[in-house]
Ligand binder design. Structure first.
Ligand code: GDP
Length: 197
């Protein structure tokens, strides 16, 4: 897929406030600091469409971007930031879980995990919850330039093993780096293939 145009639309505090439109949506989520904003900027070829955060965990809004006047890229709040209060975390859960369960336009959710890390409980819990709720999703292993290919393979295998404890089928997965721009075409082509279905 060629990105011809990418425009910020607006930020919304809840799924009820999200725009009434028929355009398909592809959403991105992950732990704070996983590299979500950087990935969105890489995918859309913009320097600062999504703000690369200095204060992780602060954004509790659903950010919409219009791509090629054809689909929405949706940037969901990050999860798992230890320094936010319990009420902030609960607000996050409401916003995100409602969006994921109620938004009919949502075609696919990309869950970002840090390729440097072994499976993290919070990610696995979230992925299992998606599976239980039959939400279509794919995994993206981010920041692969920061890890050797051996460790990358090991961490991917550990994630697969962890997911196969619960599920018979594995989700599609991608590896990306915003430094080397690895994985950009793969992710966009996958969006294209889901779009055509
Ligand atoms: P977010 O909180 O998930 O939106 O994460 P950011 O996009 O703000 O990234 C968090 C930090 O990781 C920033 O310092 C980024 O520059 C850095 N980062 C993000 N992606 C990559 C990557 O692919 N490679 C490297 N080396 N650093 C990255």
């Amino acid at each position: 897929m060629v990105i011809r145009t990418a425009k910020f639309v607006a930020s919304y505090p809840s799924v009820q406030k999200c725009p009434k439109t028929d355009l398909p949506e592809y959403a991105f989520i992950g732990r704070s600091n996983v590299g979500k904003s950087s990935l969105i900027n890489m995918l859309t070829c913009t320097k600062a469409l999504a703000k690369v955060s200095q204060t992780p965990g602060k954004t509790q809004l659903i950010n919409y971007y219009l791509i090629n006047d054809e689909w929405h890229l949706v940037d969901l709040p990050g999860y798992g930031y230890a320094k936010v209060s319990k009420s902030e975390r609960e607000k996050f859960s409401d916003i995100v879980l409602n969006y994921i369960l109620k938004r009919e336009n949502l075609h696919l959710l990309f869950v970002l995990v840090d390729s440097r890390l072994e499976p993290q409980e919070i990610d696995i819990q979230f992925i299992n919850w998606l599976g239980m709720n039959q939400v279509p999703f794919a995994l993206i292993f981010t920041k692969t330039d920061k890890v050797s290919s051996t460790v990358l393979e090991q961490n991917i295998e550990l994630h697969k093993k962890e997911l196969l404890k619960t599920w018979e089928e594995l989700p599609p997965f991608f590896t990306t780096s915003c430094v080397t721009r690895t994985g950009r075409e793969d992710v966009l082509n996958y969006i294209d293939s889901v779009f055509q279905e």
